[in-house]
Design a binder for this molecule. Structure first.
Ligand SMILES: *[C@@H]1O[C@H](CO)[C@@H](O)[C@H](O)[C@H]1NC(C)=O
Ligand SMILES: *[C@@H]1O[C@H](CO)[C@@H](O)[C@H](O)[C@H]1NC(C)=O
Ligand SMILES: *[C@@H]1O[C@H](CO)[C@@H](O)[C@H](O)[C@H]1NC(C)=O
Length: 266
């Protein structure tokens, strides 16, 4: 999209309001409110050191969320991370469940109400010590499907679910670029562990996943964890023991060092 100087002054207000959206459309890493460089994430123009911890919403009840998030805040956390659990949300193709313990929007709003940020790790392969790594079992019956590879049937369902989640977050104004709490989202999960098994289809899948995610235009950065070949502008983050000592670093001098998981023991 291109702005013309000939536009009348009364249009200027509209142009300013739309600027955040335009920037992301042009492929800049900058969202409305969350940007980064080689030193840090930058939120609303300020460099931030952020401490995060995970609370997986379906592992507790909505009645518990407020108190769990409150304790995380009291303990000094700035960001709550969660995976998104595909097999709970789409028990049959195209049939969704976001009620009760699966109410992701309510969980995000609770994080926002307590003044914390969120990192939404969509996956949708999540591992997470969760049944089937979060994949719905019906995926298994899709003809010719090869999971987590450059494979059309798999990519269709992965894109379909990822789009569903991103659109839901957007429609509730939950991305930081919209004034919401979500400052980062994750696509895939520790894929590099198995990438070589797919030969040339592995790297091709990584490139596809990154591009598919970026094109969803959340206005906030995407991360891939344990993925040294994470394509720009996706940030490769550390999951590992003592990331401060062991992380090889981001794959570009323009990306900050972030840990999505810093294990204290094996
Ligand atoms: C996702 O797939 C369902 C059918 O399973 C279809 O109804 C829906 O339109 C698709 N959504 C997108 C975003 O492709
Ligand atoms: C959706 O999930 C909730 C939480 O497990 C469950 O109680 C409810 O029965 C499910 N709804 C449908 C329509 O399956
Ligand atoms: C990461 O974990 C190590 C212990 O393995 C700990 O010493 C260090 O403070 C942690 N770093 C952060 C940023 O939490």
């Amino acid at each position: 999209m291109e702005w013309r100087q000939s536009w009348r002054p009364w249009l200027r207000l509209f142009v300013m309001a739309a600027a955040a959206v335009v920037i992301t459309q042009e492929g800049c890493v900058c969202g409305g409110d969350v940007t980064y460089d080689g030193r840090s994430l930058i939120i609303k123009g300020e460099r931030r050191i952020l401490f995060s911890g995970s609370i997986h919403y379906p592992r507790s009840t909505p009645e518990m969320w407020g108190s769990l998030i409150g304790k995380a805040k009291e303990g000094g956390l700035d960001v709550i991370q969660t995976y998104v659990f595909w097999n709970l949300h789409e028990p049959q193709p195209g049939q969704y469940n976001f009620s009760g313990r699966y109410d992701l929007v309510k969980f995000m709003k609770e994080i926002q109400a307590q003044g914390l940020y969120a990192c939404l790790r969509i996956g949708p392969f999540i591992e997470s010590e969760w049944t089937y790594g979060g994949f719905p079992f019906w995926l298994h019956d899709v003809p010719d499907i090869v999971y987590r590879s450059d494979n059309e049937p798999f990519k269709f369902y992965m894109q379909n679910f990822t789009t569903k989640i991103v659109n839901m977050m957007k429609s509730e104004g939950l991305y930081a670029s919209q004034g919401g709490p979500i400052i980062l989202s994750q696509i895939e999960n520790e894929y590099q562990n198995i990438e070589a098994a797919f030969h040339e289809k592995g790297p091709a899948y990584v490139r596809w996943a990154a591009q598919m995610a970026v094109e969803l235009q959340t206005g906030v950065p995407w991360v891939m964890c344990k993925q040294t070949d994470a394509p720009d502008p996706v940030i490769n983050t550390c999951n590992g023991m003592r990331c401060g000592q062991t992380f090889g670093g981001p794959n570009s001098p323009n990306k900050p060092s972030l840990w999505t998981e810093n294990w204290t023991s094996l």
